[in-house]
Design a binder for this molecule. Structure first.
Ligand code: GAL
Length: 461
């Protein structure tokens, strides 16, 4: 899969315009249909679906159609491949197969961290009225264009009335699953974003105590010490911009706190100009301590440098720990450790993945069964330990989770603030996120803090 989608941003703006303004307009939809990939490396996934689902433009979800495909075929799209949750989604699908052997599952994964390639595929398919049965989607603001265009179904009764879901989920995840007031999606996991992972022996060798790093600016000194000891300070990928957007958000949070973070994401960038500039400048300072090949690696490649003992620190969502779990001989506390990102103790910066129910669903009955399963204890107990996330249900037994995730569960339960992710679409609209992604792409190409400040301001205001 390519990480470069030159037209992705332009396409997404056009797509959303049509989604929000052109519902029911056959002409507008036809204007963008007829594509089967668009040269973005996703052709295969899109074409195979079109083959199997036929002319879905006229397919309406109607409980009355009991055709075989509606009941028995399920197409799922996600970006969890390899070290990025591959084992976790397989464990979930095995559990689903045991519960529903009659349903045939077709996976059409589209690799690329943070959905960098899948988002465009889904937008095109929804626009063409040819959605998959369901897909990996961030809930919250990310789903608003689809609810505004009536492209998602209310599943309060058909799904959320099952498996004690209503009482087992807390309000936060339920709200995120109801971007327009009714439940349209099912959260599967909760990831924490304000993490700093480290290699224990590298830090020992460099004489750095991670628990003594009190703020994002203190981290610069620690990186410099590690560098002097001959290691990469911070394993970071800059091949695509999302990891930098995510890092900047943690720096802002750690240096200036949850209120400033919320104010900035709420659009008040100018009122917080110093905070935004300073946090961009700190990221610029960190970049001196990135690996030499940062611009050509994925986040999994970057994380491997921590596993192999070449790098000291790694900032990522806790899916990074899902990767450690799959490594023999790389154990929590003896080989790798975790502290909340400096300055963010007591904060649980939230990201979630969910599975929505699209309108024009090619297989509504099978999808309802799948979504009910996603919302069950069994699914969340299989998926989350392997993914490195915690379950959104509050009644999933802790035993399967190992000490690191048990600590995260405790931190979540005791956290005083749970700021929503910018980079993973919970806090800001897809248009703002696209503009923010552009800002971060320019930023990593030259680390011009003033220009990045103007771009971030334009994105959020
Ligand atoms: C996030 C997603 C995670 C993980 C990560 C890296 O957006 O919520 O589940 O897959 O991207 O790709």
């Amino acid at each position: 899969m390519t990480n470069n989608l030159p037209d992705e941003d332009g396409l997404s703006r056009r797509t959303y315009l049509k989604l929000t303004g052109g519902v029911g307009s056959a002409a507008l939809i036809a204007g963008c249909s007829g594509n089967s990939g668009g040269g973005d490396g996703t052709t295969e996934a899109t074409e195979s679906t079109e083959d199997s689902s036929g002319d879905s433009e006229t397919t309406e979800q109607s409980g009355g159609d009991d055709s075989e495909s509606e009941y028995n075929a399920l197409e799922i799209q996600h970006w969890w491949t390899g070290g990025d949750g591959g084992a976790a989604i397989q464990a979930l699908l095995e559990g689903f197969k045991e519960a529903h052997p009659e349903i045939e599952v077709t996976e059409n994964p589209v690799a690329g961290g943070a959905g960098q390639n899948l988002h465009a595929v889904i937008k095109k398919r929804i626009l063409n009225n040819n959605p998959p049965s369901t897909w990996q989607a961030w809930p919250g603001a990310n789903l608003q264009p689809y609810t505004e265009a009536s492209k998602l179904e209310d599943i309060s009764e058909s799904v959320w009335s099952q498996n004690d879901m209503q009482s087992a989920y807390l309000e936060g995840p339920k709200n995120a699953a109801s971007p327009a007031g009714t439940l349209v999606s099912v959260p599967l996991n909760i990831h924490r974003l304000n993490n700093l992972f480290y290699n224990v022996s590298v830090l020992e060798d460099a004489g750095v105590d991670p628990s003594s790093i009190g703020s994002p600016s203190d981290l610069v000194n620690a990186l410099s010490k590690v560098d002097e000891a001959g290691y990469v300070g911070m394993a970071q990928q800059t091949k695509s911009a999302w990891s930098t957007g995510q890092l900047w958000a943690q720096v802002l949070l750690g240096e200036y706190g949850a209120d400033v973070y919320a104010d900035v994401t709420g659009g008040n960038v100018e009122a917080n100009a110093d905070a935004v500039r300073d946090s961009l400048d700190l990221v610029k300072q960190y970049s001196q301590y990135y690996p030499n090949d940062a611009g050509s690696i994925s986040w999994q490649d970057a994380n491997s440098k921590v596993i192999e003992g070449d790098a000291a620190f790694f900032h990522q969502g806790d899916w990074a720990a899902g990767m450690y779990r799959g490594q023999d001989g790389f154990e929590y506390e003896s080989d790798w450790g975790h502290v909340p990102f400096p300055g963010t103790d007591g904060i649980y910066a939230l990201n979630m993945d969910s599975f929505p129910m699209p309108a024009n669903n090619p297989s509504p009955e099978a999808t309802k069964k799948f979504l009910q399963y996603v919302g069950s204890v069994d699914a969340q107990e299989r998926f989350n330990p392997k993914k490195g996330s915690i379950p959104p249900r509050t009644d999933v037994p802790k035993d399967a989770f190992g000490p690191f995730l048990q600590n995260q569960m405790d931190d979540f339960a005791n956290s005083e603030a749970q700021p929503l992710s910018i980079q993973h679409g919970l806090a800001v609209s897809p248009d703002a996120l696209t503009a923010f992604g552009d800002a971060m792409s320019s930023f990593i190409s030259g680390y011009d803090v003033d220009a990045a400040y103007e771009d971030v301001k334009a994105a959020f205001e």
